[in-house]
Design a binder for this molecule. Structure first.
Ligand SMILES: Nc1ncnc2c1ncn2[C@@H]1O[C@H](COP(=O)(O)OP(=O)(O)OP(=O)(O)O)[C@@H](O)[C@H]1O
Length: 489
């Protein structure tokens, strides 16, 4: 059985490599990047301590979301629009034709399988495409700050705006896009290349570490995408780009940007080099005060578009807890649950990598097809594991919270908190609890959540979670098969 577990891991890793993430991985090896952006582990130190250091990594999470997302996130919420000039009519479009795009771009949009603009695109696109971009000095173009959760079509929107604004006959950079990390820049670059498939005259350059150019060179590509440090060097120190000729400046993932030391200042310094009539566009998945303050420094006189996140609720979830004394007992309880009810697919959350690894091994020995998401995996490997699980190739996904934050696997109806979610100070992490087991209105299917409690402390955590949501979490006796069977009905 141990071999089969090892085989399963090999298989998962092989799947990850075939994803094409390899290219990034090799580059990373060459250039010895910091561990910050790619979700790779720090040098191997055994044990729980390291797991605790396994801190949330916004950039890695954002990349993971991009890698596993193939569709738009649907939301029933309405877009809020604040126009710079409240007297001007509010334009929104329901089709891409209405935007009068260049035929090559319309073809690119349709080839990507987009039939109609997403909610955020309906309002953002007409604003961003409003002509002329280069307005006479004295007035400014339509600047935009847009916030909506990941997967709502922001990247596609600003890529289309950049491609629409370039003059392909001019051989110098006209659009500049900054992304928080090397990997995110590559990912957005791919979207630019894809959408521009039928517009080959427009070229793209990557201002990212490792892309060394000869001194004195001038970039001829019309669009440049990169990370703040390299973009700033290329504009200011090395002068590969004449910032005064930039017409559109995009700052993507502002919330991730400000979480990285130095990026905020570099972005502001880039922005200061740009001409007054350059269109400034800023995108963010979240909009806490710090992001808002940053946005206002980068984007003068903005239009603002916001789309609220679809809230998750516990209304359609049956919640239980099981009392145990140790992890072995928790495992037995889990086996009893599996023995009593049919579980199509389940996600199991552990606090540490070590527990997750142990549990995955035990489950595998019991004959389950198990997928393991672990912190030492590269983001591309994690994406491949999630893809396989979504395709039903494995029936159980064991993971730590850090790895699974923000991931939606719609078909999962059973969630097991093998360890309860706590924050770094050991207090209940209500938000994570809700996110693990909650459902949005769209997936209002019934779900089942089982919490394993193994100490007074975790009982206390559970009680506090229960009080916070004001929803009863029932006790379940997993030694009583009849009782377990009932919860499935
Ligand atoms: N109008 C559209 N119709 C159909 N699919 C779309 C449309 N716009 C974007 N998509 C697809 O939806 C997914 C999410 O879009 P996009 O990456 O632009 O969102 P985002 O808000 O930028 O999210 P993230 O910040 O995670 O990148 C992508 O797979 C993209 O190809």
């Amino acid at each position: 059985m141990a071999e089969s577990w090892a085989l399963a891991v090999d298989e998962q890793e092989a799947a990850a490599e075939s994803l094409g993430g390899l290219q990034i991985k090799e580059k990373e090896k060459e250039e010895k990047p910091k561990a910050e952006a790619n979700g790779t582990a720090k040098p191997e130190e055994e044990g729980e301590k390291q797991d605790e250091e396994d801190k949330e990594d916004k950039a890695a999470q954002s990349l993971l979301n991009k890698l596993i997302r193939s569709n738009l996130v649907n939301t029933t919420n309405q877009v809020e629009v604040l126009q710079r000039d409240p007297n001007s009519p509010l334009y929104s479009v329901k089709s891409f034709e209405e935007l009068r795009l260049k035929p090559q771009l319309l073809q690119g949009v349709y080839a990507m399988g987009f039939n109609r603009p997403s909610k955020i695109q309906e309002n953002a696109l007409p604003m961003m495409l409003a002509e002329p971009v280069c307005v006479p000095s004295g007035s400014s173009p339509q600047n935009l700050i847009a916030q909506s959760q990941s997967g709502t079509g922001k990247t596609a929107a600003f890529v289309l705006a950049m491609l629409s604004h370039v003059d392909a006959s001019r051989k110098w950079p006209q659009c500049l896009c900054v992304s928080p990390t090397y990997e995110l820049a590559l990912q957005t670059g791919k979207v630019i290349e894809q959408m521009g498939t039928f517009y080959p005259e427009v070229k793209l350059a990557y201002a990212i570490r490792g892309n060394k150019l000869d001194r004195g060179m001038k970039i001829q590509e019309q669009i440049v995408i990169g990370t703040p440090g390299t973009v700033l060097d290329w504009c200011a120190k090395l002068r590969f780009i004449d910032p005064k000729k930039i017409m559109v400046f995009v700052l993507d993932e502002a919330d991730v940007m400000i979480a990285t030391q130095g990026h905020q200042d570099q972005s502001i310094r880039i922005q200061r080099l740009l001409p007054q009539n350059c269109q400034m566009l800023l995108f963010s998945a979240t909009f806490e005060d710090s992001v808002w303050r940053f946005a206002q420094r980068i984007v003068p006189d903005p239009n603002i578009i916001k789309l609220k996140r679809e809230e998750e609720t516990l209304d359609t979830i049956k919640q239980y807890y099981v009392l145990c004394n140790c992890k072995e007992e928790k495992f037995t309880a889990l086996c009893n649950i599996y023995g009593a009810i049919t579980i199509a697919q389940a996600m199991i959350f552990c606090h540490t990598r070590k527990t997750a690894g142990w549990l995955a091994g035990e489950l595998s020995r019991e004959g389950h097809q198990v997928a393991l998401l672990s912190g030492e995996m590269m983001v591309e490997q994690r994406a491949a594991v999630i893809d396989r699980f979504r395709d039903g190739k494995e029936k159980v996904l064991v993971t730590t919270n850090v790895c699974a934050r923000g991931i939606d696997v719609e078909q999962v109806s059973v969630v097991i908190n093998f360890d309860l979610p706590v924050d770094r100070d050991g207090n209940p992490d209500n938000e994570t609890y809700l996110h693990r087991i909650g459902r949005t209105g769209r997936f209002g299917k019934r779900g089942l959540a089982v919490n394993m409690v193994d100490s007074k402390h975790s009982m206390n955590i559970l009680n506090r979670i229960q009080d916070h949501f004001n929803k009863k979490i029932e006790k379940l006796n997993t030694d009583d098969l009849d009782e377990i069977e009932k919860i499935a009905n």
